[in-house]
Design a protein around this ligand. Structure first.
Ligand code: NAD
Length: 334
């Protein structure tokens, strides 16, 4: 039986990388039924909103989506459609693995870590305003709840066990943000006592950033709050070759949305030269999530094989191939 998936091409390079991922999934023979839906800046002229009601209904029905990046106006305009989707479906866990690719030259080899970011609270709660009409000051409120901390940290402990990983590192800033980050840390410590079979470490975020750059292989699975996770997961994607190679899953109790970590890349949109590997890796993670681990591994291995060949690498990785050449290389590797 084929599994229905809401497919959101998105903005900028979104349609190119999403179409490439679909082409490869279909070549692999995975039984998925795509339901295309609009979102992002491209949906505003046609639907009057970056998140049309039909798109929300489609995700609600299918409980599963693969999406391309969505453009968000900087400093003004509508709120991020990405953040709104995560909130709408309460996709509280953002899971971003970073594993080195053979042949892709980076500072370190053998990196294999996962950042699990709380996806709905903290500084992304959306409680933000200017204090006066002159915009002389602005305030934001970071909301952290015990319940929200418990479910993400519990998710992380279970992720470690389910994926046979070694250790969980909780990243915080409780020395300064004593209440918000302190609550997250306290919750982690309490849960660590309930999971004695998982090695548990804690580290302050600034030190974590330095340690990740100095010796990333000391980390395994990291769990942290929203903003820290956003920044650290871009850092870890840089460790393995950049945004063109990193995918993430946004996972909740009732729905999951998979996507590349990168944005719409307006500087290269429409040129057919974007790297679709991250969107393909997102599709592979989605296959794993829906209980098709063998197909997911086959798919990921084909992506890895294509990346190992300099002739099929795109410009962001120093290669000369375009999106179509890379896509054909993955299909050949299947
Ligand atoms: P970006 O990720 O779009 O681009 C950063 C740099 O990386 C650019 O030089 C770009 O060309 C390059 N790059 C990114 N993806 C690539 C790929 N697949 N292949 C080759 N090169 C790639 O980040 P930005 O410029 O900060 O953001 C642009 C827009 O994307 C903004 O509107 C932002 O809000 C949005 N955005 C969306 C998401 C999402 O939907 N998940 C994530 C991040 C940014």
């Amino acid at each position: 039986m084929s599994i229905p998936v809401t497919l959101i091409p998105g903005d900028g390079i979104g349609p190119e990388v999403v179409n490439a991922a679909v082409e490869v999934i279909e070549a692999a023979g995975a039984k998925l039924e795509w339901e295309r839906a609009a979102a992002g800046a491209g949906a505003v002229p046609t639907h009057g909103t970056p998140i049309p009601a039909e798109t929300l209904e489609s995700i609600r029905r299918n409980k599963l989506a693969l999406k391309g990046p969505l453009a968000t106006p900087i400093g003004e305009g509508y709120r991020s459609a990405n953040v709104a989707l995560r909130k709408e479906f309460d996709l509280y866990a953002n899971v971003r693995p970073a594993r080195s690719f053979a042949g892709v030259e980076t500072r370190y080899s053998g990196v294999d870590l996962v950042v699990i970011r709380e996806n709905t609270q903290g500084l992304y709660s959306g409680v933000e305003h200017y204090v006066d009409d002159e915009r002389s000051a602005a305030e934001t409120i970071s909301i952290i709840t015990r319940k929200g901390s418990q479910r993400i940290i519990e998710y992380a402990f279970n992720y470690v066990k389910r994926n046979k990983r070694r250790k969980l590192t909780l990243v915080h800033k409780a020395n300064i943000l004593k209440a918000t980050s302190g609550l997250f840390l306290d919750t982690g410590r309490a849960l660590a006592a309930k999971h004695p079979d998982v090695e548990f470490k804690e580290i302050i975020v600034d030190n974590c950033a330095m340690q990740l750059v100095k010796n990333p292989n000391q980390f395994d699975v990291i769990v942290t709050t929203n903003l820290f996770g956003d920044i650290l997961s871009d850092l870890t994607s840089g460790l393995i070759g950049g945004l063109g190679l990193t995918a993430g899953g946004n996972i909740g109790q009732d729905a999951a949305i998979f996507e590349a970590v990168h944005g719409t890349a307006p500087d290269i949109a429409g040129k057919g030269i974007s790297n679709p590997a991250a969107e393909m890796l997102a599709a592979a993670a989605m296959l794993k999530h829906v209980g098709k681990p063998a197909e997911a591994d086959r798919f990921e291995n084909a992506i890895r094989k294509a990346l190992a060949d300099p002739a099929s690498r795109t410009g962001d990785l120093g290669g000369k191939a375009n999106t179509a050449i890379f896509t054909q290389a993955v299909i050949a590797a299947l």
